[in-house]
Design a protein around this ligand. Structure first.
Ligand code: C6P
Length: 405
């Protein structure tokens, strides 16, 4: 059963909040703040264990290798993967999705189809668009005014030519949580691979790759209290074994001749070159921190704060809120527009009040086109946000209206 968390207590673990005392940080969908344990883990690595991994026959290198591999194991446990062979570290979710599209793309041919949704972040559109050069066709499943995907349209879009269904688990604009298990099942029934963009879901709820039965899951450490520059690609072992590498070079090989090479075992086959060891160790600390809070409790806190924010924001006149009005259907991500005001102006004025939100197209232009707007304001929450911050947001929006209108 979920337990109530205390965001005011949690804030004390984040050095930035003791420096920026007035900051209401509401841009967590872009990146999250870092607790001291994560900052220390990265710092300690450089101060005490810095060495390259899988290469040195001396103690600190062996220790660095052990810590780096442990970070893979911890990540595997966190998402319910079969072991570290199924966890590849990349730079970010974008790179993870590029690895999948690039590698699977090598096996696709003219006439093959990739099904996406209109809710995708550009990271899950642009890599697949590149395959159109080979004659691969893209198809899109739409969503309704309530921010829900049209599951019937999935059934219509997916056919005998569909090779990949790649979709966002939770939207970075609408906050909608999609039924990933259902979509993976539809994909598999039609012989297609299911790729899940978990950049917004994994940080905020329990995600189990086995229960979901996806073939691939991409996410980023920096959106879940971890360092920037470390991304994660989970892949089912059998899928990764069949897949060609995407990047080539050191550490991903077993042997190299003048004209050919053979590949290392998993997951190293997909990790070419010197990896972000400090980042992986920092990420491991972030997972530990989130596990201490408990992912069910993270979700409960965000549901509560989202419900409160949806209610309070709806009380402000002239505000259009996008997506479902039910906090249970969505993450703590709320996009809105203030009638007559440009989102950039709203964000700039909120900043004057010490409130950080995102404004713009949120790297989801096809989604915004479906909403009929070029830009939105977006507030997004995490474990350290409070209802008082939501009150400050609402008050500041009221002030914006009185100054700008
Ligand atoms: N969305 C946002 O403000 P990277 O940048 O590679 O860590 O994550 C990419 C990404 C992929 N999928 C989804 C659903 C995302 O939301 C993001 C990142 C940020 O909404 C930065 S644009």
């Amino acid at each position: 059963m979920a337990v109530k968390i205390n965001p005011k207590r949690i804030r004390k673990d984040f050095p930035i909040f003791s420096r920026e005392r007035k900051l209401a940080y509401l841009d967590n969908a872009a990146t999250t703040q870092k607790p001291k344990c994560v900052i220390d883990a990265e710092k300690n690595f450089y101060g005490s264990t810095n060495a390259n991994v899988h290469r040195g026959l001396y103690k600190i290198s062996e220790r660095a290798t052990e810590m780096y591999e442990k970070a893979h194991e911890k990540t595997a446990e966190f998402v319910g993967a079969g072991g570290m062979q199924e966890i590849i570290f990349t730079r970010n979710a974008t790179e993870s999705l590029n690895v999948v599209a690039g590698s699977i793309g090598k096996t696709l041919k003219a006439g093959d189809e990739v099904v996406l949704t209109l809710m995708e972040h550009h990271s899950n559109i642009v890599p697949w668009q590149q395959l159109q050069r080979k004659g691969v066709k893209l198809r899109y499943v739409g969503f309704g005014k309530d921010g829900k995907l049209d599951y019937n349209e999935f059934e219509q879009c997916i056919g005998k030519n569909t090779k990949v269904v790649s979709f966002v688990h939770a939207s970075n604009v609408l906050g909608s949580i999609n039924d990933a298990k259902k979509i993976c099942k539809i994909a598999h029934e039609n012989g297609a691979i299911a790729v899940v963009d978990g950049a917004q879901s994994v940080p905020h709820m329990e995600v189990d790759v086995k229960k979901m039965d996806c073939d691939f899951l991409a996410f980023s450490a920096h959106k879940m209290l971890g360092p920037m520059g470390i991304g994660i690609l989970y892949g089912k072992e059998e899928a990764l074994l069949k897949m060609e590498p995407f990047l080539y070079g050191g550490d991903m090989i077993k042997s190299v001749g003048k004209f050919e090479a053979s590949w290392n075992t998993l997951p190293w086959k997909f990790e070419a070159g010197t990896p972000n060891v400090a980042g992986a160790i920092g990420f491991s600390a972030a997972i530990g921190y989130l596990e201490n809070i408990g992912m069910q409790n993270v979700r409960k806190h965000e549901e509560e704060i989202t419900e409160y924010a949806l209610r309070k924001l709806s009380e402000i006149g002239g505000l259009e809120i996008y997506g479902s009005r039910n906090a249970q259907d969505r993450l703590g991500v709320i996009s809105f527009n203030v009638e007559g005001l440009h989102p950039h102006d709203v964000a700039a004025l909120l900043d004057e009040e010490g409130i950080a939100i995102r404004a713009g197209h949120a790297c989801a232009q096809p989604l915004l086109a479906q909403l009929g707007v070029n830009a939105v304001c977006r507030a997004s929450f995490y474990v350290y946000n409070t209802k008082e911050e939501v009150d400050r947001l609402c008050k500041a929006i009221g002030k914006c209206k009185s100054i700008l209108m």
